[in-house]
Design a protein around this ligand. Sequence first.
Ligand SMILES: Cc1cc2nc3c(=O)[nH]c(=O)nc-3n(C[C@H](O)[C@H](O)[C@H](O)COP(=O)(O)O)c2cc1C
Length: 414
Amino acid sequence: MDKNPKKDSRATEKDSLVADILLLKDRALDVAAEGITIADMRLPDQPLIYINEGFERLTGYSAKSMFGKNCRFLQGADTDQDTVRQISEALANGTECTVEILNQTKDGRPFWNRLSLTPVTDSLGEVTHFIGVQSDITKRKNAETALREANQKLERANRHMKRNLDAAAKIQRSLLPDSAPVSDDVMFSWVFQPCDELAGDTLNVFPLDEKRFAVYMIDVSGHGVSASLLSVTLSHWFSRHFQISGNSGGEPQTDSISFSSPLAVAEELNRQFQMDAENAQYFTMCFGVIDVDAGEFRYVAAGCPPVIVAGKEGNSDIRVVEGFPVGIVDQPEYSENVIKLDSGDRVFLYTDGVTEAEDRNDNPYGTELMAQNILKNGDRELEDCLGAVMESVTAWRGDRSLDDDVSILAFELT
Ligand SMILES: Cc1cc2nc3c(=O)[nH]c(=O)nc-3n(C[C@H](O)[C@H](O)[C@H](O)COP(=O)(O)O)c2cc1C
């Protein structure tokens, strides 16, 4: 048969094109950053029959030395055996799998290998080969480990700090009165709700004698740890001076302050707790003495919110008294104020965390609403009335969290 030279030359062109494409594929596989390997699954121990340059670069082994071997030689003593089992199962089932496995290079350097294995089937659907793609993910793994360790460190530090804060909060709570002084003439009730573990608010009641009681409500500027340190110091200051003066309102002794004189107390505190430039801390305070026989509450208001007086008859009075917080100026010129009280009258001292609690539209709860709620619950026991006021503050805030400490101290002449 005569040869067709045209047909022959077309066949040669096609062959050379195919050869070019195969060469190109080879080059492409070699320049790939990943390792690419092919194992023959029909031969014993599934040896490698193709290894690209990327794999050589990754492992340090030459393709020649690896040819015909099973790839498990990359594994070392620290390689996770569960991962190896996972690979075995996928190979046995002829399914795809991707694992992250610890391998080592020829010179023994460990590296993290993201290994993807994909089965290749023949025309009968039999798995004849597996293609493996290896990527070095050591940097990512190391970063993950470093992050995990840093997180664990942080968690440990956080737990440690939380334990300390809880212990400090316990100490702070122990400084609050655990029960009110028992008296036939005056009933006391209070709420104390720190916005953080530790509060800048503090309050207390001291019996000066059977018929007189000193009360204070303090709010240190700011809140949290630094505010709480000053508030604890102040609680101690009051307890210490109360003890020194022999639990009585008698004349001051050396190093003692007479709690009978609200003015003396406020002036002494202002002298001892002058704000310094470093911490810029000051505090608002209402300190007063309830005198049952005189039927009065004599007090000094040092920058505190107005005192609310709720009369038995359902009337209320909001006593606004201007005054510098303690520690701001040298000569604050405090003065004593007197509220005349009848049996059944109630007095409420509180911190601005109550009246400045905001609703979702940033409207403050306010003194007026507080006074209204006090009156609305005037028929209830003092403690229940206080509970109802707190409920109304909480309802006002809605889902907004507390951003200041909330404290109320109330008393009623019985
Ligand atoms: C194509 C292919 C590439 C593989 N590449 C790796 C590899 O880079 N690193 C590795 O630890 N194992 C690799 N393996 C898995 C091991 O060769 C072996 O199959 C695995 O260790 C499970 O078998 P064994 O329990 O008999 O060791 C590869 C497997 C195949 C089929």
